[in-house]
Design a protein. Structure first.
Length: 366
C-alpha cells in the first residue's frame, strides 16, 4: 500500500506552531475545559472498543440507528479511515463482495475535499474524482453516475464541503444515495460541519441502509482536543470497523468519552452559542474580503475558499508571504487542487480573527 504525503497537515506541522495566528483553523474556537466535569474517576481500561453503550445509543438516535450501528473513534479522521478499510478492504462486509478482488475496489470521490477522503481510498483501491467547479462549486449528480463502475463500492461526499463551504442541497444528496443503493454501494458523508448550518440536512446515515455518516465533536462543538468522533451506519460496516479498530486505537479514551457525554447532553446550547459566534465572524471576514476585492462562495461552516490577491503567483506564494511578513497561517489552495485560491478559517476567537485580518491587510496594502 502506498499513500501520498498529507500536504496540508505537513504545511501546518511546519508553520503553525511558530506563527502568531492560525487563520487556517477549520473548526470553531475551543471551549474551555472548566465548562465540564473533567474527572472521570479511575483512568481504567474498561471502555468497549466501539465506545460505551450509553453514548453510542445517544449518538445513534441522531441517525435513527441503534447503538450497534455506531462505533466511537478518535476523531473523524479515524472514523473515515475505518469506513474505507471496512468497505474497500479485503474483509468488506457481507453484501459488498463482488467478482473483483479488493485490489480493484473502486470509489467515487467528490473533490475538492480534505485530502484523506481521496488519498486513503486511493491507497486501498482506485478512485475516480468528480470535481466541483468554481465559482459555485455545484455538484452534478450525473457526473457521479457516469463515474460509477461495476466494482464501485463507495461514493464519498463531504457536506458542507471543506474547503469551499458549499452545502449541497438535500435533493442532490438523496440522488447520490439512490445511486449508491442502485449500485450495491455505500454513500459515505463526512458531516463534521453539518450542525453549523442554520437548517441542517438529515444525516446520510438516516437515509437508509446504504448511508454512512462520520462526524465528531471537533469542528461544530469546538472540542477538537477531545479527539472524539464516530461512524454511524450499516451494522455490517460498523462491525467490520470494530474489528479493524482493534488494530488502531482499540477503545476511546476514558477522559474523552467522559467529556463527550456531557457535551452531547449540552448539545443544543453549545451549538447555538457556536452558530452565533460563527455568524459574527463570518460578517467580519466578508467585510474584509469586500474591502480588498477578494471573492469566495459564501460558505456554510467555518471555512472559505478565497481567490488569491493580484500580484501573487499562486496560493503558496501568497500564504508564504503572509507567514513571513505577518506571522499568520493560511492554507494554500494547492493542497485542494486549486492553486488560484487559499482557505481561510474564521471560527477562531473574534479578537484573534480581527488581529489576523488586520495583519493580512497590512501585507496587501504594502
Amino acid at each position: 500500500m502506498q499513500i501520498e504525503p498529507f500536504g496540508l497537515e505537513r504545511w501546518f506541522a511546519e508553520y503553525e506552531h511558530d506563527a502568531d495566528i492560525m487563520l487556517a483553523e477549520s473548526g470553531v474556537r475551543s471551549l474551555s475545559a472548566d465548562r465540564f466535569d473533567t474527572d472521570p474517576g479511575k483512568l481504567g481500561y474498561v471502555i468497549p472498543t466501539d465506545g460505551g453503550l450509553d453514548i453510542r445509543a445517544r449518538i445513534g438516535e441522531r441517525y435513527d440507528r441503534t447503538a450497534e450501528e455506531v462505533v466511537c473513534t478518535t476523531g473523524t479522521q479515524e472514523a473515515n479511515f475505518l469506513a474505507f478499510l471496512s468497505v474497500l478492504g479485503s474483509d468488506s462486509p457481507p453484501g459488498l463482495e463482488s467478482s473483483s478482488s479488493s485490489g480493484d475496489a473502486h470509489a467515487v470521490v467528490v473533490t475538492p475535499t480534505y485530502q484523506s477522503l481521496h488519498a486513503v481510498p486511493d491507497a486501498f483501491g482506485e478512485v475516480t474524482r468528480v470535481p466541483l467547479e468554481p465559482t459555485n462549486w455545484e455538484l452534478d449528480p450525473d457526473a457521479v453516475a457516469d463515474a460509477i463502475r461495476p466494482e464501485t463500492r463507495l461514493i464519498v461526499l463531504n457536506n458542507p464541503n471543506n474547503p469551499t463551504g458549499r452545502y449541497h442541497p438535500l435533493e442532490t444528496v438523496e440522488t447520490l444515495y439512490d445511486l449508491a443503493a442502485d449500485n450495491d454501494a455505500y454513500l459515505l458523508c463526512d458531516e463534521v460541519y453539518r450542525l453549523l448550518a442554520e437548517d441542517p440536512l438529515p444525516p446520510v446515515a438516516s437515509m437508509g441502509p446504504h448511508g454512512l455518516s462520520t462526524a465528531s465533536l471537533s469542528k461544530a462543538y469546538g472540542l477538537a482536543g477531545l479527539r472524539f468522533g464516530w461512524l454511524a451506519g450499516d451494522r455490517a460496516v460498523v462491525e467490520t470497523a470494530c474489528q479493524w479498530k482493534d488494530y488502531t486505537t482499540i477503545s476511546p479514551g476514558i477522559f474523552s468519552q467522559h467529556v463527550a457525554q456531557q457535551a452531547l447532553e449540552e448539545s443544543e446550547s453549545i451549538l447555538e452559542e457556536n452558530r452565533d459566534h460563527v455568524e459574527r465572524n463570518h460578517e467580519i471576514t466578508q467585510a474584509f474580503l469586500e474591502r480588498h476585492g477578494l471573492e469566495w462562495y459564501d460558505p456554510v461552516g467555518v471555512n472559505g475558499f478565497v481567490t488569491v490577491p493580484d500580484g501573487f503567483e499562486n496560493g503558496k506564494a501568497f500564504c508564504r508571504t503572509v507567514l513571513e511578513e505577518a506571522s499568520v497561517v493560511l492554507a494554500p489552495g494547492e493542497f485542494f487542487g486549486h492553486p488560484d485560491r487559499f482557505r481561510i478559517g474564521f471560527g477562531l476567537p473574534t479578537d484573534e480573527l480581527e488581529d489576523g485580518l488586520a495583519r493580512i491587510e497590512r501585507v496587501l496594502e504594502g
